[in-house]
Ligand binder design. Structure first.
Ligand code: SAH
Length: 213
């Protein structure tokens, strides 16, 4: 678990690449500059860690592309202490970004191997979500609802109703919707029954799957 000045230099470079692609939220850029992404992937692939690319992790899943993580984080406009539900813990990299943005994070992962690995690993780096949950994100987390923000980091074939209903009024759900590729879709809850919908471009995620595994 080594983090050197060389890694820091690569992170500063990565932040510049993301800035050039339109990320301008300084808090998000600072999180990218700070989090040692190379420790989130297998050490033999360390040299890939600071390229703006998705990369395979355990259990046939991927760590999202840094641009995608930064984009989702920026769109969510997270304020200090907001209650955030994350679906798809994966490597925990997005979780770490949310924690750097000072959110109170509940993170759900359906894949047991990843759930175990990441819930042990993240606290070692000092990143402590309110709770890691081994469960099915399609159901959300009704016992802790409502949430200020909900972020889904897997491609959802449809928008799960429980996620919309677990938002506070004024809250935001950010979810990539689609099969092969996904449209990043933002829902803002305007009232108990009204949601505003914004489509924010095409992305590619691993699929959101039902039930625990
Ligand atoms: N943010 C993560 C992305 C990992 S890929 C990272 O950057 O590392 C998406 C993750 O969502 C995978 O770990 C996958 O197992 C998980 N996932 C897929 N369907 C899910 C569901 N229904 N509930 C919870 N997690 C799910």
């Amino acid at each position: 678990m080594k983090d050197t000045s060389k890694h820091q230099g690569l992170r500063n470079q990565l932040a510049k690449v993301l800035q050039a692609k339109g990320i301008n939220d300084e808090n998000v850029l600072n999180a990218i500059r700070k989090i040692p992404r190379h420790l989130f992937i297998d050490s033999s692939f360390e040299s890939h860690a600071y390229q703006d690319k998705a990369f395979p992790i355990a259990a046939e899943q991927t760590i999202s592309q840094p641009y995608t993580v930064a984009f989702q984080s920026q769109i969510l406009t997270i304020l200090n202490g907001e209650k955030v539900l994350e679906i798809g813990t994966g490597s925990g990299y997005q979780t770490a970004v949310l924690l750097e943005l000072k959110a109170e994070v509940y993170s759900i992962e359906r894949q047991h191997e990843l759930f175990k690995k990441t819930s042990l690993f993240l606290p070692k780096l000092g990143y402590k979500p309110k709770k890691f949950i081994f469960g099915d994100g399609y159901k959300g987390l009704p016992e802790k609802a409502p949430f200020d923000k909900i972020i889904v980091t897997a491609g959802a074939p449809f928008v799960p109703k429980p996620l919309l209903s677990q938002l506070k009024v004024g809250g935001k759900l950010l979810i990539p919707v689609g099969d092969k590729t996904q449209i990043m879709t933002l829902f803002i809850r305007k009232s108990a029954k009204e949601f505003e919908k914004h489509e924010l471009g095409d992305f590619a995620f691993v699929p959101m799957l039902e039930k625990k595994n």
